[in-house]
Design a protein around this ligand. Structure first.
Ligand code: DC
Length: 233
């Protein structure tokens, strides 16, 4: 395997990265890896210990003392394991959303994360999504994408995700939360969210996931793989 073959997908919260990354991985026979889930697992542990997410030393101590990993599932998704406990559902809550960006800004914390993420890509061909995949984690990749969508559309998608879990969250609150996370993610000093210079930019505001994946496969020179695209691989 080589990092050059792997595929990097970056973009702000709610741009649809995970859906299209999973579909693209399925179409190409690669492993899908969501790096945000590792930062979410860390944020969950900070919450569980009742720590202040703005206390760098405390967050670093948590990062050093927990074991976190992501495992592929048979259906192309991934499970997140924190200290041998499956926390895949617990990391997708409003409480975790609220503190995951602040715990992700610290340089030493990110070193742990980047190392773990690169180790996966050394082992298998991956489609990896996050904020710094094309710029840092898989900087050597020859295939980088940066997905965007309007904040309102991203908030609507998040609202639908919550609704599927039986939770109603006000759209205005989600727009605020998305704008707050964009601000923290793109202005932090270490590995800020930004497109790699060689990334293909795709505005997903009015595109279906299938259309985005078709655009990506065409950019990869693999339009033939389109025939096996499905939203629920
Ligand atoms: O992809 P996501 O929305 O689940 O990511 C949650 C947060 O994790 C995101 O707001 C910032 C952080 N993150 C990061 O800093 N770097 C990454 N590669 C992935 C996520």
């Amino acid at each position: 395997m080589s990092l050059e073959r792997s595929i990097a997908i970056d973009g702000p919260a709610g741009a649809g990265k995970s859906t299209v990354a999973r579909m693209l991985a399925h179409a190409l026979g690669y492993r899908y890896v969501s790096t945000g889930d590792l930062y979410r697992a860390l944020a969950l542990e900070v919450l569980r210990r009742g720590l202040d997410p703005y206390n760098e030393a405390a967050v670093l101590e948590v990062a050093k003392s927990v074991s976190m990993r992501v495992e592929p599932t048979g259906d192309g998704a991934q499970r997140t394991i924190l200290n041998n406990e499956d926390v895949t559902d617990e990391i997708r809550t409003a409480e975790v959303d609220a503190i995951v960006s602040p715990v992700s800004v610290y340089v030493e914390v990110r070193k742990y994360m980047v190392e773990a993420q690169r180790a996966i890509a050394f082992d298998v061909d991956v489609v990896m999504d996050g904020r710094d995949i094309g710029t840092v984690v898989l900087a050597e990749s020859a295939h980088k994408f940066y997905l965007t969508a309007s904040p309102e559309e991203r908030a609507r998608r998040r609202q639908r995700d919550y609704a599927r879990k039986g939770c109603h969250v006000e759209l205005a609150d989600l727009v605020d939360e998305i704008n707050r996370r964009d601000e923290v993610d793109s202005t932090r000093q270490v590995s800020p969210l930004r497109p790699a210079p060689d990334a293909v930019l795709i505005d997903c505001t009015t595109l279906s996931p299938e259309e985005v994946v078709e655009t990506m496969l065409a950019a990869l020179g693999r339009p033939d793989a389109c025939c096996i695209i499905s939203q629920n691989p």
